[in-house]
Write a protein that binds this ligand. Structure first.
Ligand code: 5AD
Ligand code: SF4
Length: 449
């Protein structure tokens, strides 16, 4: 059976799709291009803007394939599936499976069943209270690809109910995975040649603090994973500032393979807005975390998420966001205009910020961010580091071969080298020679390892 997966949204969705692809491959299915598949899987995201529309238009594209093959069918997974649920069956008769993020473990078997009986319709929408282990791929499906990077889930869901956020409604309550299962997966990845692992969860800093907890804190988990032989780089995402423990901050100074970068969503720079957002920290606390991180690891690169135009945000509040972005000196940030999501607390908060006003604020914020990003990258010119090569760059220089890698902080470093193959998954010592708008250019300064 040939399948095609389209993924929207966060790294958790990307990872879920990778797992699903491997689980189906283990069953003898084959991943195929958009024009050849019989089964179309959409893994959806509803965190911002008009996500349902995106999914509907994607399903419209799938419908066109019915002309080629009347047995074509679709599965919709992820946050939009959780929200709309069986509603998809009514609007799109060729949708045979809907599954939420808690239902994904059962999706491969459900797909197999449906492929045998095309009249079946399956909805996997129940929330679970404990993390459900997912089947590992069969021996014949390689876990590590040649990039030698992998994601590992450590939890699912979120208990925070930030006033703007739909995640607790679509991904359910926080469920930590068994630390032993996490370690076993990390060890087996490292044995298969993986050199970089990113631990994933909606709020990794509260790992273990739910029903699934086994008395292992996130800091302890970091120490155990970092000790796995062969693991050169360890990352994690995402962190909530209110839950970051002093031990996690210190770990940045203690664990040499814990990468010097942290994505720490600030959302807003005004205490009043943070309170309305129900973020449960103020800027004094946020800044003290930043100081602690820089003390532990002076070269740490900080990135963040920001929302402008949250209900009730005044010009004065917004100016405080600008001030804080400058003060922390985030290397980059994702910034969004607030948008109402169904069922979240902020829907009922007033006054709403007019769309033009929010758009203007977003533009000002992004202009400031671009200037800071430029300065941060410029400061790195002349530095020596290792680029972990992910493959050939999209942009090729005339005649030479340009490779794309990442430095330990995750910045993109493009390096021109003579080799045309064989460098993916290698560390190449480089000297940074140029800063572009969002990336660096390096010159090879040693033997790949
Ligand atoms: N409106 C705008 N941005 C949002 N985010 C989450 N919900 C909303 C919303 N309703 C942003 C937050 C979060 C990121 C993943 O998406 O900044 O950190
Ligand atoms: Fe959403 Fe807040 Fe949970 Fe992040 S911590 S997923 S913003 S509710």
């Amino acid at each position: 059976m040939k399948f095609h997966i389209t993924t929207f949204g966060c790294q958790m969705n990307v990872h879920d799709s990778q797992w699903l692809a491997r689980a189906l491959t283990s069953r003898g299915w084959e991943e195929a291009g958009e024009d050849e598949a019989q089964v179309y899987i959409l893994n959806t995201c509803s965190v911002r803007d008009k996500p349902e529309q995106k999914v509907y238009s994607e399903l419209g594209r799938v419908a066109a394939h019915l002309k080629r093959d009347e047995n074509v069918f679709a599965a919709v997974g992820g946050c939009v599936a959780q929200q709309i649920g069986r509603g998809f069956f009514e609007r799109f008769p060729f949708v045979r499976l809907v599954f939420g993020s808690d239902g994904i473990a059962g999706a491969p078997n459900a797909l197999e069943r449906i492929a045998e009986n095309l009249d079946d319709r399956v909805a996997l929408l129940d929330f679970v209270t404990l993390y459900e282990e997912r089947e590992p791929p069969s021996e014949t499906v390689p876990v590590a690809d040649e990039t030698r990077q992998a994601f590992v889930n450590i939890m699912q869901g979120c208990d925070n109910f930030c006033a703007y956020c739909i995640v607790p409604y679509t991904r359910g309550r926080q469920k930590s995975r068994d630390p032993e299962a996490i370690l076993a997966e990390c060890r087996s990845l490292a044995e298969d040649g993986v050199r970089e692992i990113t631990l994933l969860g909606q709020n990794v800093n509260s790992f273990g603090l739910d029903k699934g907890g086994k008395g292992v804190s996130f800091a302890q988990l970091l120490h155990s994973v970092a000790a796995i032989p062969g693991l050169d780089r360890l990352r994690f995402t995402t962190s909530h500032p209110k839950d970051i423990a002093p031990e996690v901050i210190r770990a940045f100074g203690e664990l040499p393979n814990l990468c010097p970068s942290l994505h720490l969503p600030m959302q807003a720079g005004s205490d009043r807005v943070l309170k309305a957002m129900r973020r449960k920290y103020d800027m004094a606390r946020y800044l003290s975390i930043v100081d602690g991180l820089r003390e532990a690891r002076p070269d740490i690169s900080l990135t963040t998420d920001l929302i402008v135009g949250f209900p009730g945000e005044t010009d004065e509040d917004f100016l405080q966001t600008l001030e804080m972005v400058e003060r922390v000196g985030f290397e980059s940030s994702f910034s969004f205009k607030y948008s109402d999501r169904p069922g979240v607390a902020a829907v009922n908060m007033e006054p709403k910020v007019p769309a033009e006003e929010a758009a203007e604020r977003l533009l000002r914020l992004q202009t400031l961010q671009n200037n800071i990003t430029r300065k941060c990258l410029k400061n790195l010119v002349g530095a020596r580091t290792d680029a972990f090569i992910e493959g050939l760059s999209r942009m090729q220089e005339d005649g030479a071969v340009s490779w794309k890698g990442r430095d330990p902080a995750g910045r993109i470093v493009n390096v021109v080298m003579e080799e045309r193959t064989g460098l993916t998954g290698m560390m190449v010592p480089v000297k940074i020679v140029e800063a572009k708008k969002h990336s660096l250019v390096g010159e090879r300064a040693g033997q790949p390892w």
